[in-house]
Design a protein around this ligand. Structure first.
Ligand code: PHE
Length: 350
């Protein structure tokens, strides 16, 4: 390779050094190796040489062309790599940017509240359990120590179906019995049972179909303190640590003693208003220590084990969380109304 060639290669090297994009290198390649490029012209020139020089000159220019191609390929590889890195850096995924909220297929506020409650109990080690909505009178009433003359059985309260001994379940409590039977004597029984329930009620705070979450814990030495501790943990988790909670003595045939749990009204913060009927409190659940008859019907010996149970009204809790004064709004399928709550993620500052 003569002096000329070395100079040319040096010049090419400098050009490539200065190039900062793949496009620039492609232009350089064109200028040297393209149809009207420098090397192409030289190779054409070879054909004009006298025959004895042609062979050698041809070989020489060919090897120059190979050298040039290698240099250009190297430069291309280097820049492609650099551009890739640059692109990757520019495209870096920022996981902290808020997502785009879908305009359709939002979860219904009641579904959101149900899932919030489920999460609280699943974190405490409960498992999910389900029962049928068309239930036998035995599971819905007898097994739960509800006598035949109890007002809950009355035509005013229950929806009976045409098939004898069947009823649309009036609460999720029959799953207490089903859950114990399924556990077949194993301990502990620690379940929650969400689902639809039906009663012949219809006013601003009652709909004929509504949702409950039943809870049941059965084990050795379960006490009222366990019940209170569990439910306090739940109200604080769902409504924030500032929430005030009140346990009120009550009566259910399937618990003894029985308690109802109230939380401060969200609409007035406890001062008394239309939503809480002036009391400052909203009832969210019924609870108590499982009645011995119920334990026995579930296959457990009340001399060996004790338990607590609760039934939480999802609509009531939703009213408290979303500050609603008419729960029928939840069932009118007004998308504008329903989507107002789509941003609620639960978990207030604790
Ligand atoms: N089943 C009762 C109701 O629907 C609530 C409840 C459940 C009470 C469990 C005590 C224990 O009102």
């Amino acid at each position: 390779m003569g002096e000329d060639n070395a100079d040319e290669l040096r010049e090419l090297g400098e050009q490539l050094q200065d190039a900062s994009t793949v496009l620039q290198v492609q232009e350089i390649r064109n200028a040297w190796l393209g149809r009207k490029g420098i090397i192409t012209a030289r190779l054409k020139g070879v054909a004009l040489l006298p025959v004895e020089e042609r062979r050698q000159a041809g070989q020489q220019w060919n090897s120059v062309r190979l050298a040039i191609e290698t240099m250009i390929d190297d430069a291309l590889a280097r820049l492609q790599n650099q551009e890739e890195i640059l692109q990757l850096e520019q495209e870096r995924l920022d996981m902290t940017i808020p997502g785009i909220e879908p305009a359709v297929a939002l979860l219904h506020p009641l579904t959101r509240v149900r899932r919030l409650v489920e999460d609280v109990f699943l974190r405490m080690g409960f498992t999910l359990s389900y029962g049928p909505e068309v239930e036998s009178e035995w599971y819905n009433f007898e097994a739960l120590n509800i006598p035949p003359n109890h007002p809950a059985r009355d035509m005013q309260d229950s929806f009976f179906v045409d098939i004898p001994n069947l009823v649309l379940r009036t609460h999720t409590s029959p799953v207490q019995i089903r859950g114990m039977q399924a556990a077949a004597g194993q301990l502990p029984v620690k379940i929650i049972a969400p689902g639809r329930v039906y009663r012949r009620d219809d006013d601003p705070t009652h709909t004929p179909m509504f949702h409950q979450i039943e809870g049941l814990v059965v084990d050795h030495k379960i006490s009222l303190a366990d019940l209170q501790g569990t439910l306090l943990a739940m109200t604080k988790d769902l409504l924030g640590s500032d929430i005030r909670t009140r346990f009120r003595p009550s009566y259910f045939p399937f618990t003894e003693p029985s308690m109802e749990v109230d939380v401060t009204c969200a609409a007035c913060n406890g001062t008394g208003c239309r939503v809480c009927k002036g009391t400052g409190w909203v009832e969210i659940l019924g609870s108590g220590m499982v009645h011995p008859v119920v334990l026995r019907n579930g296959g457990y010996d009340p001399k060996q084990v004790t338990g607590f149970a609760f039934g939480l009204g999802i609509e009531r809790l939703a009213m408290r969380i979303f500050e609603l004064d008419d729960l029928r709004l939840l069932y009118q399928n007004d998308l504008e109304f329903l989507s107002r709550f789509s941003r609620y993620t639960g978990r207030p500052a604790l």
